[in-house]
Design a protein around this ligand. Structure first.
Ligand code: SF4
Length: 354
């Protein structure tokens, strides 16, 4: 049985409770339909969204935790709980047209649902450890790339169309192969020599022929502009200076340069005061596109649809939800068999085509 069918099972239980001025607990509702209480979050979320989208009192308010006496977090639309409960009790639920499964799934994402999606993404964003945004194939590479600004800048500059784990490990592989990652030494290498080094790496960037030139230009610019100290790319610099630096490197476009600025803020705990956050878009990839579509925020799985959806969800700073979307896509929202029951978006996601 899917989540909307479960919600359809719960609906009559709740309106009966409302009619009898009863409050239920998760355990008793779960027992009635044969589900563990923890699994009620998603079907209750569908009912909550349905009520909010149809200007009905928040029916799910009647299901509370045994110990807390309160609804689960994220499952209420409560202003004044006592008044809202009274509104639920006094509403003529049996006077409504019978609810159908399609009603609960909803054909469009309401503005209320979108607000909830945004709030949940931003809540989740606060919990993300910056290290999870820098995945690597070997644990030593993670520490290396965080602690070595040149390695960090190199990974960012090479990031196009390659799995994140590979990209963030490549500077470490180069370091292992050369025995150093010294920009002055690397600057002395020809493009052919760099190409040879890349060809010998255990994992390679997708655009192998472009990568030597990207590394060469990055390295030369760090030496000429910043005396070989890559941290000076961002230390005491404005966001536009950082952005311009990265865009001056061969192969780095505006999307990567934007991502670089956001990642530097997160990884090095810097706040760029000049950052025009409204104009910072997400950098769509397979994860962010899929998650936005399944959430019901993007109309299709495409880069344009994802960018537009993020702009609508969080217009003051679209790029702010890039990290949470990407992490959700990697951790739970797999292309096959997504783990909705563990996903932090479980209570608010429309699960389109899941
Ligand atoms: S895992 Fe499930 S709940 Fe989470 S975003 Fe994907 S479809 Fe939605």
């Amino acid at each position: 049985m899917n989540q909307s069918q479960r919600a359809l099972q719960i609906w009559p239980i709740l309106i009966n409770a409302a009619h009898n001025r009863q409050v239920l607990n998760y355990q008793s509702v779960g027992d009635l339909i044969g589900m563990p209480p923890i699994a009620l979050t998603q079907p209750l979320g569908l009912i909550m969204n349905y009520c909010a989208g149809h200007q009905l009192p928040p029916l799910t308010l009647l299901v509370v935790g045994k110990e807390t006496g309160r609804p689960g977090p994220g499952l209420t639309t409560v202003g004044d709980p006592d008044q809202d409960r009274e509104n639920v009790f006094s509403y003529n639920w049996y006077g409504l047209k019978p609810v159908e499964e399609a009603d609960l799934v909803g054909k469009t994402t309401t503005s209320y649902q979108k607000r909830q999606i945004t709030d949940s993404l931003l809540d989740f964003e606060k919990q993300i450890d910056p290290d999870t945004l820098i995945p690597t194939l070997v644990p030593e590479a993670e520490e290396f790339v965080i602690n070595n600004p040149y390695a960090f800048a190199m990974a960012i500059s090479l990031d196009r169309g390659t799995k994140a784990e590979i990209i963030w490990t490549i500077p470490y592989y180069i370091y292992k192969q050369l025995g150093h990652l010294d920009p002055y030494e690397i600057d002395l290498l020809s493009l052919d020599e760099l190409a040879k080094i890349i060809s010998l790496l255990p994992k390679k960037p997708r655009y192998k022929t472009d990568a030597p030139r990207t590394i060469k230009e990055l390295t030369s610019n760090i030496i000429s502009d910043y005396e070989g100290e890559a941290s000076k790319i961002w230390t005491k610099k404005s966001a536009s200076e950082v952005n311009n630096f990265f865009q001056s490197i061969f192969g780095v476009g505006p999307g990567i340069a934007n991502m670089a600025v956001l990642l530097i803020e997160k990884a090095y705990n810097i706040k760029f005061s000049d950052l025009d956050r409204k104009s910072m878009d997400i950098k769509p990839d397979v994860h962010t596109m899929r998650v936005l579509y399944r959430l019901g925020a993007a109309e299709e799985i495409s880069e344009d649809a994802a960018v537009n959806a993020a702009r609508k969800l969080n217009p003051d700073f679209p790029g702010e939800i890039d990290g949470p979307l990407w992490t959700i896509g990697r951790e739970w929202c797999f292309a096959q068999n997504p783990e909705c029951s563990n996903c932090p978006m479980g209570g608010v996601c429309r699960k389109i085509n899941v």
